[in-house]
Design a protein around this ligand. Structure first.
Ligand SMILES: [Ca+2]
Ligand SMILES: [Ca+2]
Length: 233
């Protein structure tokens, strides 16, 4: 769906091979349109910067109230005007069969290294600030499985964005509970307005953007992220 100029290009090539002019009988405006060509594709880097748990309330059994054991999925997508979209996902621990304490109760530290903490629940404390660059995440296109190995500094997603596209950025974090269904403690997401070509040409956030979510008595979140144009394709 994204190659929306391919058919036109193929037609022009075919006509050229046949020695025919696609402009025969055309108007000046038609010629101008044909000369403009496909829209430039901008490579926009979405960086997930910080996560801060807010008002965590996780009193279960012997657990304290102000920390949680989490797994998560982060997503950045470029949406075309027809709502077709392309993008990537980063996953922390796992949504399918979560609950692995991985030796350390309850959950491993946020910055546990690759290999030790890949699929383990991460322990986060209320109001502290956690950098997404420090947590091992795996790349994917879905929340449910990994598409590659876990690693730190895996907090950036590069999107191919055209003029009039919007960018969706979302973070879903869940708190694992042994004795009750897991709690949503972050479902923050923002979709931008359509970008103009001029905006895409100079896109480089001087400060991180922010989004927050508060949807239950179990906790909420504050998330920081940023956009930067790194090239064209
Ligand atoms: Ca809970
Ligand atoms: Ca919990």
């Amino acid at each position: 769906m994204r190659a929306r100029h391919a058919g036109r290009t193929a037609l022009l090539v075919t006509l050229a091979v046949l020695g025919l002019s696609p402009l025969a009988g055309g108007t000046a405006s038609a010629r101008a349109g044909a000369a403009s060509g496909p829209a430039t594709v901008y490579q926009i880097e979405v960086t997930f910067t910080e996560y801060s748990p807010v008002s965590i309330d996780d009193c279960m059994g012997e657990s304290a109230c102000d920390y949680a054991e989490v797994y998560a999925s982060l997503s950045a997508q470029a949406f075309a005007p027809d709502n077709s979209h392309t993008g990537e996902v980063r996953n922390i621990a796992r949504f399918v069969n979560p609950g692995s304490w991985c030796e350390t109760y309850p959950g491993v530290p946020w910055d546990s290294g690759t290999g030790f903490g890949d699929n383990c629940l991460k322990r986060v404390h209320d109001t502290k600030i956690y950098n997404f660059k420090d947590v091992v995440m795996c790349p994917s296109t879905t929340y449910s499985v990994c598409g590659g190995p876990h690693g730190k500094n895996n907090h950036r997603i590069v999107l191919s964005v055209r003029p009039d596209d919007r960018i969706y950025t979302g973070v879903h974090i869940k708190d694992y509970d042994e004795l009750s269904p897991d709690d949503d403690i972050c479902k923050a997401n923002v979709t931008t307005e359509p970008f103009t070509e001029a905006q895409l040409q100079t896109l480089n956030d001087p400060l991180p953007r922010s989004m927050s979510w508060w949807g239950s008595g179990d906790g909420g979140c504050s998330i920081k992220y940023s956009f930067k144009k790194i090239g064209t394709a």
